[in-house]
Design a protein. Structure first.
Length: 417
């Protein structure tokens, strides 16, 4: 028998609840749905974030959602359709391809609204892969985490163009708040990294994998040293190697070969990224492949730490533009930045150590007052344009438009109390 709920029931589908953008966002939206007066269900295999889901009022529906076996996908679809009817679900929101197939079939069988979110750019080579990816463009609304992602989706799935929109991933402004980071936390990190007093840190936070571009930063550091422009800088590479010990050894050998043992620190994993950004003078994101968003960029700027980033993928969208400090990218977020006379953009050509060296040199040449003004501007933009609250409100507004609810209004009222 179909149960009717007195409040909207939203079912999100995500493979597991470990760490990651899709999982974290699912919990944030579960919180928003609950605050908006709805019921938040999350169908997943579960994981380390289960307690966080429960803490925000979400309910875990445990299921082997990550399977790619066609028979199991169909079986899951039947189970989800039954769940949708029994729990009075109004809308199904899928955040990954494999479970999206089950969720889409279930939503269509139960005649419910279906929404998808692209949390990344999927590899698409050949017709089979294109077909498999295509389920993510079948949503009644197709949410992308950046304009860059949206452009790729529109190119690959032109029939979905009118249903594609952008909602940036949310920043936890309470966690990434400079005012809450004590000097003791900053001092503890500097000591743990072995950074001498008085040295300015250029931070590169990224897991140790080749496409993240650690080699580019090391080579740029060598060029700065050759120019005698490194001065009081120490370059700290923060990130787990995730078992890529040969790459870590390769980086260590490169540091040694360039004579940078006293300048470049391979620090490994860091549990306190807010303090890491607070401790740093500058953050570098040197990815040589396109990123679908730029979480590190937004978090760093929210902490008042400026960012130099590869001019690729969605990274340019995250860098705060400011006349007189860096050039503006085009309004669509994809144009090459064209600096005015005497300006240098804080976006550099991917994979080009010389370009990164030039950008760091330009930052070193900035007047302290100008740099402080940019820090403040970047901080304010990160906290307003990329906040978790903005992500939550905009997502609920999509739900409201599709199913005629008032979740977004209720959420805004609850959040303002």
């Amino acid at each position: 028998m179909l149960k009717r709920s007195p409040w909207p029931v939203i079912l999100q589908v995500v493979p597991e609840l470990s760490t990651g953008g899709a999982e974290r966002t699912a919990i944030e939206i579960a919180e928003a749905v609950t605050m908006g007066g709805g019921k938040a269900l999350v169908l997943s295999e579960g994981g380390r974030l289960e307690d966080e889901l429960a803490a925000v009022g979400g309910e875990l529906i445990r299921m082997s959602a990550a399977t790619k076996n066609p028979a199991l996908i169909l079986a899951n679809a039947m189970r989800i359709a039954r769940l949708v009817r029994e729990r009075g679900v109004s809308l199904v929101h899928a955040r990954s391809r494999a479970p999206a197939w089950s969720a889409w079939i279930a939503a269509r069988r139960a005649k419910r609204t279906f929404v998808t979110t692209y949390h990344g750019i999927y590899n698409q080579t050949g017709r089979v892969k294109a077909f498999y990816n295509g389920v993510m463009a079948k949503g009644d609304a197709v949410i992308c985490n950046s304009e860059y992602t949206a452009r790729i989706v529109r190119e690959r799935h032109p029939k979905a163009t009118s249903r594609v929109g952008v909602i940036y991933r949310g920043l936890d402004v309470e966690r990434f708040d400079p005012a809450l980071i004590s000097p003791e936390r900053v001092r503890a990190l500097r000591e743990a990294w072995g950074v001498p007093p008085g040295k300015r840190i250029v931070l590169m936070p990224a897991r140790l994998t080749r496409w993240k571009g650690q080699r580019v930063l090391v080579e740029a550091a060598a060029l700065l040293s050759a120019r005698n422009r490194d001065g009081d800088l120490v370059f700290v590479l923060v990130g787990d190697d995730q078992g890529r010990t040969p790459y870590r050894a390769e980086l260590a050998a490169l540091v040694e070969a360039r004579g940078l043992a006293d300048r470049v620190i391979i620090a490994g994993h860091c549990d306190d990224m807010p303090a890491a950004f607070k401790a740093s003078w500058l953050t570098v994101i040197a990815s040589i492949e396109a990123e679908a968003f730029g979480r590190v960029s937004v978090e760093s700027q929210a902490m008042g730490c400026p960012v130099i980033a590869s001019n690729i993928g969605a990274l340019p969208e995250t860098i705060a533009p400011e006349p007189g400090i860096l050039a503006n990218a085009g309004a669509d977020g994809f144009s090459e930045p064209v600096p005015a006379a005497g300006q240098r953009p804080w976006l550099f050509e991917p994979g080009n150590p010389q370009a990164l060296c030039d950008s760091i040199s330009a930052a070193l040449a900035l007047d302290a007052a100008v740099l402080d003004a940019f820090r403040q501007h970047a901080m304010e933009r990160a906290r307003t344009s990329f906040s978790k609250r903005a992500l939550q409100h905009q997502t609920l507004a999509v739900y409201d438009r599709l199913i005629g609810t008032q979740l977004a209004v209720n959420f805004a009222n609850a959040a303002s109390r």
